[in-house]
Design a protein around this ligand. Structure first.
Ligand code: SF4
Length: 346
Protein backbone atom coordinates (compact mmCIF):
# COMPACT_ATOMS: atom_id res chain seq x y z
CA UNK A 1 0.00 0.00 0.00
CA UNK A 2 1.39 3.41 -0.91
CA UNK A 3 2.03 5.81 1.93
CA UNK A 4 -1.04 7.86 2.83
CA UNK A 5 -0.77 11.63 2.92
CA UNK A 6 -2.44 14.09 5.27
CA UNK A 7 -2.39 17.85 5.64
CA UNK A 8 -2.46 19.25 9.18
CA UNK A 9 -3.92 22.66 9.98
CA UNK A 10 -1.12 24.37 11.88
CA UNK A 11 -2.10 27.38 13.96
CA UNK A 12 1.16 27.51 15.84
CA UNK A 13 -0.36 26.30 19.12
CA UNK A 14 0.33 23.11 21.00
CA UNK A 15 -2.80 21.21 19.93
CA UNK A 16 -2.09 21.34 16.23
CA UNK A 17 1.54 20.40 16.88
CA UNK A 18 0.50 17.30 18.82
CA UNK A 19 -2.26 16.28 16.42
CA UNK A 20 0.16 16.29 13.49
CA UNK A 21 2.78 14.40 15.45
CA UNK A 22 0.36 11.66 16.55
CA UNK A 23 -0.50 10.94 12.92
CA UNK A 24 3.12 11.16 11.74
CA UNK A 25 3.92 8.49 14.33
CA UNK A 26 1.69 6.13 12.36
CA UNK A 27 3.75 6.38 9.21
CA UNK A 28 1.51 8.86 7.42
CA UNK A 29 3.22 11.55 5.32
CA UNK A 30 2.14 14.86 6.90
CA UNK A 31 2.51 18.41 5.60
CA UNK A 32 1.25 21.52 7.37
CA UNK A 33 -1.02 24.29 6.16
CA UNK A 34 -1.43 27.70 7.78
CA UNK A 35 -3.88 30.38 6.72
CA UNK A 36 -2.95 34.06 6.87
CA UNK A 37 -6.13 36.02 7.56
CA UNK A 38 -4.61 39.40 8.49
CA UNK A 39 -5.84 39.04 12.08
CA UNK A 40 -3.07 36.67 13.15
CA UNK A 41 -1.32 37.69 16.35
CA UNK A 42 2.10 36.40 15.45
CA UNK A 43 5.20 38.45 14.98
CA UNK A 44 3.58 41.71 14.00
CA UNK A 45 3.10 43.53 17.33
CA UNK A 46 6.06 41.79 18.89
CA UNK A 47 8.23 43.21 16.17
CA UNK A 48 6.90 46.74 16.59
CA UNK A 49 6.61 47.37 20.31
CA UNK A 50 9.57 47.99 22.56
CA UNK A 51 8.00 46.26 25.53
CA UNK A 52 7.61 43.07 23.50
CA UNK A 53 11.17 43.08 22.20
CA UNK A 54 12.28 40.40 24.63
CA UNK A 55 9.66 37.99 23.32
CA UNK A 56 10.79 35.79 20.48
CA UNK A 57 9.82 37.24 17.11
CA UNK A 58 9.16 33.85 15.73
CA UNK A 59 6.35 32.72 13.52
CA UNK A 60 4.85 29.95 15.64
CA UNK A 61 3.44 28.04 12.68
CA UNK A 62 6.91 27.87 11.11
CA UNK A 63 8.35 26.89 14.47
CA UNK A 64 5.85 24.04 14.77
CA UNK A 65 6.66 22.85 11.25
CA UNK A 66 10.33 22.92 12.10
CA UNK A 67 9.76 20.93 15.29
CA UNK A 68 7.85 18.35 13.31
CA UNK A 69 10.24 18.38 10.39
CA UNK A 70 7.40 18.90 7.91
CA UNK A 71 6.82 21.22 5.00
CA UNK A 72 4.53 24.17 5.79
CA UNK A 73 2.27 25.80 3.23
CA UNK A 74 1.27 29.34 4.20
CA UNK A 75 -1.82 30.37 2.30
CA UNK A 76 -2.99 33.99 2.02
CA UNK A 77 -6.77 34.05 2.53
CA UNK A 78 -7.10 37.75 3.41
CA UNK A 79 -9.78 38.55 0.83
CA UNK A 80 -11.87 35.40 1.10
CA UNK A 81 -11.76 35.58 4.87
CA UNK A 82 -13.58 38.93 4.91
CA UNK A 83 -16.89 37.23 4.33
CA UNK A 84 -16.28 34.99 7.34
CA UNK A 85 -15.65 37.97 9.64
CA UNK A 86 -18.32 40.22 8.20
CA UNK A 87 -21.08 37.70 7.83
CA UNK A 88 -20.66 34.68 10.10
CA UNK A 89 -23.59 32.31 9.69
CA UNK A 90 -23.06 30.91 13.18
CA UNK A 91 -22.40 34.29 14.78
CA UNK A 92 -19.54 35.54 16.91
CA UNK A 93 -17.95 34.20 20.08
CA UNK A 94 -17.32 36.37 23.15
CA UNK A 95 -15.93 39.13 20.90
CA UNK A 96 -15.82 39.48 17.11
CA UNK A 97 -14.33 36.01 16.70
CA UNK A 98 -16.39 33.94 14.28
CA UNK A 99 -14.66 30.72 15.40
CA UNK A 100 -17.16 28.19 14.11
CA UNK A 101 -17.45 29.77 10.67
CA UNK A 102 -13.68 30.25 10.66
CA UNK A 103 -13.09 26.54 11.25
CA UNK A 104 -15.59 25.58 8.56
CA UNK A 105 -13.81 27.95 6.19
CA UNK A 106 -10.31 26.72 6.99
CA UNK A 107 -11.17 23.04 6.82
CA UNK A 108 -12.96 23.79 3.54
CA UNK A 109 -9.82 25.47 2.17
CA UNK A 110 -7.75 22.51 3.37
CA UNK A 111 -10.14 20.22 1.52
CA UNK A 112 -9.61 22.16 -1.72
CA UNK A 113 -5.90 21.87 -1.10
CA UNK A 114 -5.83 18.10 -0.53
CA UNK A 115 -7.95 17.56 -3.63
CA UNK A 116 -5.59 19.67 -5.71
CA UNK A 117 -2.48 18.01 -4.29
CA UNK A 118 -3.48 14.35 -4.11
CA UNK A 119 -3.58 14.08 -0.31
CA UNK A 120 -5.95 11.72 1.52
CA UNK A 121 -7.21 13.46 4.62
CA UNK A 122 -7.08 16.48 6.94
CA UNK A 123 -5.89 16.72 10.55
CA UNK A 124 -6.89 19.36 13.09
CA UNK A 125 -5.94 19.76 16.75
CA UNK A 126 -9.51 20.32 17.89
CA UNK A 127 -10.51 18.91 21.29
CA UNK A 128 -14.14 18.51 22.35
CA UNK A 129 -15.06 21.00 25.06
CA UNK A 130 -11.83 22.97 24.76
CA UNK A 131 -13.52 26.19 23.60
CA UNK A 132 -17.05 26.92 24.76
CA UNK A 133 -18.46 27.97 21.41
CA UNK A 134 -16.54 26.35 18.61
CA UNK A 135 -15.19 23.11 20.03
CA UNK A 136 -18.25 21.38 21.43
CA UNK A 137 -19.55 17.89 20.77
CA UNK A 138 -22.35 19.32 18.63
CA UNK A 139 -20.11 21.67 16.61
CA UNK A 140 -17.64 18.95 15.55
CA UNK A 141 -20.04 17.47 12.97
CA UNK A 142 -20.94 21.01 11.80
CA UNK A 143 -17.33 21.70 10.81
CA UNK A 144 -16.99 18.32 9.11
CA UNK A 145 -20.29 18.67 7.23
CA UNK A 146 -20.30 22.33 6.23
CA UNK A 147 -16.67 22.29 5.10
CA UNK A 148 -17.44 19.30 2.86
CA UNK A 149 -14.57 17.32 4.41
CA UNK A 150 -16.95 14.92 6.18
CA UNK A 151 -15.11 11.82 7.33
CA UNK A 152 -11.86 12.91 5.76
CA UNK A 153 -11.41 15.17 8.77
CA UNK A 154 -9.50 13.46 11.57
CA UNK A 155 -9.10 14.99 15.05
CA UNK A 156 -6.43 12.74 16.57
CA UNK A 157 -6.59 14.33 20.03
CA UNK A 158 -10.27 13.56 20.60
CA UNK A 159 -10.91 10.81 18.04
CA UNK A 160 -12.10 8.31 20.67
CA UNK A 161 -15.01 10.60 21.47
CA UNK A 162 -16.15 10.77 17.84
CA UNK A 163 -17.32 8.21 15.27
CA UNK A 164 -14.50 6.54 13.30
CA UNK A 165 -13.41 8.54 10.26
CA UNK A 166 -12.29 7.30 6.85
CA UNK A 167 -8.57 7.06 7.76
CA UNK A 168 -9.49 4.99 10.82
CA UNK A 169 -11.94 2.71 9.00
CA UNK A 170 -9.52 2.14 6.15
CA UNK A 171 -6.72 1.33 8.57
CA UNK A 172 -4.52 4.24 7.39
CA UNK A 173 -4.24 5.11 11.05
CA UNK A 174 -4.77 2.91 14.08
CA UNK A 175 -7.70 4.31 16.06
CA UNK A 176 -6.38 2.68 19.24
CA UNK A 177 -3.27 4.88 19.05
CA UNK A 178 -5.30 8.09 18.88
CA UNK A 179 -6.63 9.97 21.92
CA UNK A 180 -9.85 10.77 23.76
CA UNK A 181 -9.10 14.19 25.24
CA UNK A 182 -12.03 16.37 26.19
CA UNK A 183 -12.74 19.45 28.28
CA UNK A 184 -10.83 22.58 29.08
CA UNK A 185 -7.96 21.04 30.99
CA UNK A 186 -4.61 21.37 29.23
CA UNK A 187 -2.99 18.64 31.33
CA UNK A 188 -3.35 15.78 28.80
CA UNK A 189 -1.79 17.95 26.08
CA UNK A 190 1.04 18.99 28.34
CA UNK A 191 1.71 15.38 29.28
CA UNK A 192 1.75 14.38 25.61
CA UNK A 193 4.09 17.28 24.80
CA UNK A 194 6.41 16.03 27.49
CA UNK A 195 6.19 12.49 26.15
CA UNK A 196 7.35 13.77 22.75
CA UNK A 197 9.95 16.08 24.26
CA UNK A 198 8.35 19.30 22.94
CA UNK A 199 9.36 22.32 24.97
CA UNK A 200 9.00 26.05 24.51
CA UNK A 201 5.75 25.73 22.58
CA UNK A 202 3.42 28.75 22.37
CA UNK A 203 1.29 29.04 25.48
CA UNK A 204 -2.43 28.89 24.83
CA UNK A 205 -3.50 32.53 24.93
CA UNK A 206 -7.21 32.01 24.36
CA UNK A 207 -7.17 32.21 20.61
CA UNK A 208 -5.07 32.24 17.50
CA UNK A 209 -6.09 35.69 16.31
CA UNK A 210 -6.84 39.28 17.34
CA UNK A 211 -10.57 38.74 16.97
CA UNK A 212 -10.67 37.03 20.37
CA UNK A 213 -9.23 40.17 21.93
CA UNK A 214 -11.82 42.44 23.54
CA UNK A 215 -10.04 45.74 22.89
CA UNK A 216 -9.36 44.83 19.31
CA UNK A 217 -13.00 43.87 18.76
CA UNK A 218 -14.19 47.17 20.23
CA UNK A 219 -11.99 49.03 17.72
CA UNK A 220 -13.19 46.93 14.81
CA UNK A 221 -16.85 47.44 15.81
CA UNK A 222 -16.21 51.20 16.03
CA UNK A 223 -14.65 51.20 12.56
CA UNK A 224 -17.66 49.42 11.06
CA UNK A 225 -20.18 51.59 12.87
CA UNK A 226 -18.58 54.83 11.80
CA UNK A 227 -18.14 53.80 8.21
CA UNK A 228 -21.71 52.58 8.12
CA UNK A 229 -20.51 49.32 6.57
CA UNK A 230 -18.72 46.22 7.78
CA UNK A 231 -16.21 46.41 4.94
CA UNK A 232 -12.47 46.50 5.70
CA UNK A 233 -9.10 46.51 3.96
CA UNK A 234 -5.94 44.84 5.20
CA UNK A 235 -4.49 48.25 6.18
CA UNK A 236 -7.53 48.97 8.36
CA UNK A 237 -7.16 45.81 10.39
CA UNK A 238 -3.40 46.23 10.66
CA UNK A 239 -3.81 49.75 12.04
CA UNK A 240 -6.22 48.48 14.70
CA UNK A 241 -3.30 46.53 16.16
CA UNK A 242 -1.16 49.62 16.65
CA UNK A 243 -1.34 52.75 18.84
CA UNK A 244 -3.85 54.29 21.16
CA UNK A 245 -7.21 54.83 19.44
CA UNK A 246 -9.48 57.70 20.53
CA UNK A 247 -12.72 58.87 19.03
CA UNK A 248 -13.43 62.35 20.40
CA UNK A 249 -16.09 63.04 17.77
CA UNK A 250 -18.23 60.86 15.55
CA UNK A 251 -16.59 62.23 12.37
CA UNK A 252 -12.99 61.34 13.21
CA UNK A 253 -10.75 59.24 15.37
CA UNK A 254 -7.08 59.59 16.27
CA UNK A 255 -4.43 56.88 16.23
CA UNK A 256 -1.65 57.94 18.58
CA UNK A 257 1.74 56.19 18.47
CA UNK A 258 2.64 55.02 21.97
CA UNK A 259 6.36 54.70 21.39
CA UNK A 260 9.13 54.94 18.80
CA UNK A 261 8.39 51.62 17.13
CA UNK A 262 4.71 52.48 16.69
CA UNK A 263 5.51 55.99 15.45
CA UNK A 264 7.75 54.50 12.80
CA UNK A 265 5.06 52.03 11.79
CA UNK A 266 2.46 54.82 11.55
CA UNK A 267 4.87 56.89 9.42
CA UNK A 268 4.17 54.41 6.66
CA UNK A 269 0.52 55.55 6.60
CA UNK A 270 1.14 59.33 6.60
CA UNK A 271 0.17 59.80 2.97
CA UNK A 272 -3.24 58.24 3.48
CA UNK A 273 -4.26 60.27 6.53
CA UNK A 274 -4.20 63.79 7.84
CA UNK A 275 -1.49 63.56 10.49
CA UNK A 276 -0.21 65.61 13.37
CA UNK A 277 3.13 65.94 15.12
CA UNK A 278 4.42 68.29 17.77
CA UNK A 279 7.18 70.72 16.75
CA UNK A 280 8.02 72.44 20.02
CA UNK A 281 8.34 69.23 22.05
CA UNK A 282 8.98 65.56 21.47
CA UNK A 283 5.78 63.68 20.83
CA UNK A 284 3.93 60.98 18.98
CA UNK A 285 2.88 60.78 15.37
CA UNK A 286 -0.92 60.97 15.28
CA UNK A 287 -3.07 59.86 12.35
CA UNK A 288 -6.52 61.37 11.93
CA UNK A 289 -9.00 58.94 10.41
CA UNK A 290 -12.15 60.67 9.17
CA UNK A 291 -12.98 64.24 8.26
CA UNK A 292 -12.12 67.24 10.39
CA UNK A 293 -12.77 70.97 10.06
CA UNK A 294 -11.01 73.86 11.86
CA UNK A 295 -12.50 73.19 15.28
CA UNK A 296 -11.93 69.46 15.01
CA UNK A 297 -8.31 70.05 14.01
CA UNK A 298 -7.79 72.23 17.04
CA UNK A 299 -9.20 69.49 19.28
CA UNK A 300 -6.95 66.94 17.55
CA UNK A 301 -3.93 69.23 18.02
CA UNK A 302 -4.70 69.71 21.72
CA UNK A 303 -4.97 65.95 22.19
CA UNK A 304 -1.70 65.45 20.29
CA UNK A 305 -0.09 67.96 22.67
CA UNK A 306 -1.59 66.06 25.62
CA UNK A 307 0.30 62.91 24.60
CA UNK A 308 3.57 64.79 23.95
CA UNK A 309 6.40 65.80 26.23
CA UNK A 310 4.85 69.26 26.29
CA UNK A 311 1.77 68.01 28.18
CA UNK A 312 2.53 70.38 31.09
CA UNK A 313 3.55 73.36 28.95
CA UNK A 314 1.31 76.40 28.43
CA UNK A 315 1.49 76.03 24.71
CA UNK A 316 2.64 73.42 22.21
CA UNK A 317 3.07 73.92 18.48
CA UNK A 318 1.60 71.18 16.37
CA UNK A 319 2.06 70.65 12.65
CA UNK A 320 -1.00 69.35 10.84
CA UNK A 321 -0.50 67.87 7.36
CA UNK A 322 -3.44 67.04 5.13
CA UNK A 323 -3.58 64.19 2.64
CA UNK A 324 -2.83 66.77 -0.10
CA UNK A 325 0.49 67.57 1.64
CA UNK A 326 -0.69 71.00 2.75
CA UNK A 327 0.60 71.84 6.24
CA UNK A 328 -0.46 74.31 8.90
CA UNK A 329 1.01 74.99 12.31
CA UNK A 330 -1.25 75.43 15.32
CA UNK A 331 -0.12 76.74 18.69
CA UNK A 332 -2.42 75.19 21.28
CA UNK A 333 -2.63 74.58 25.02
CA UNK A 334 -2.44 70.82 25.73
CA UNK A 335 -5.77 69.35 26.72
CA UNK A 336 -6.10 68.98 30.49
CA UNK A 337 -6.14 65.32 31.61
CA UNK A 338 -9.63 65.63 33.13
CA UNK A 339 -10.96 66.95 29.81
CA UNK A 340 -9.96 63.75 27.98
CA UNK A 341 -13.12 61.73 28.35
CA UNK A 342 -12.97 58.05 29.24
CA UNK A 343 -15.43 57.13 26.49
CA UNK A 344 -13.13 58.59 23.81
CA UNK A 345 -10.74 55.68 24.30
CA UNK A 346 -11.54 52.70 22.12
S1 SF4 B 1 -9.53 32.37 17.28
FE1 SF4 B 1 -9.57 33.41 15.27
S2 SF4 B 1 -8.38 32.09 13.89
FE2 SF4 B 1 -8.87 30.87 15.72
S3 SF4 B 1 -10.78 29.80 15.16
FE3 SF4 B 1 -11.39 31.69 16.22
S4 SF4 B 1 -11.70 33.19 14.58
FE4 SF4 B 1 -10.51 31.48 13.71
Amino acid sequence: MSQRKAVALISGGLDSLLAARVVMDQGVHVEGINFFTGFCVEGHTHAIRQKDRARPKRNNALWVAEQLGVKLHIVDVIDEYKDVVINPKHGYGAHLNPCLDCKVFMVGKALEWIEANGFDFIITGEVIGQRPKSQRRDTMPVVARESGADDRLLRPLCAHNLPPTLPEREGWVDRAALHGFSGRSRKPQMALAEHYGFQDYAQPAGGCCFLTNEQYSVKLADLWRNRGTKYYELDDIMLLKVGRHLRPRANFKLIVGREEGENRFLEGYRKRFTHLRTLSHGGPLVLLDGTADGEDLELAARLTARFSQGRNADQVTVEVTGTDGHTQVLAVPPMAPEAVRREWYL
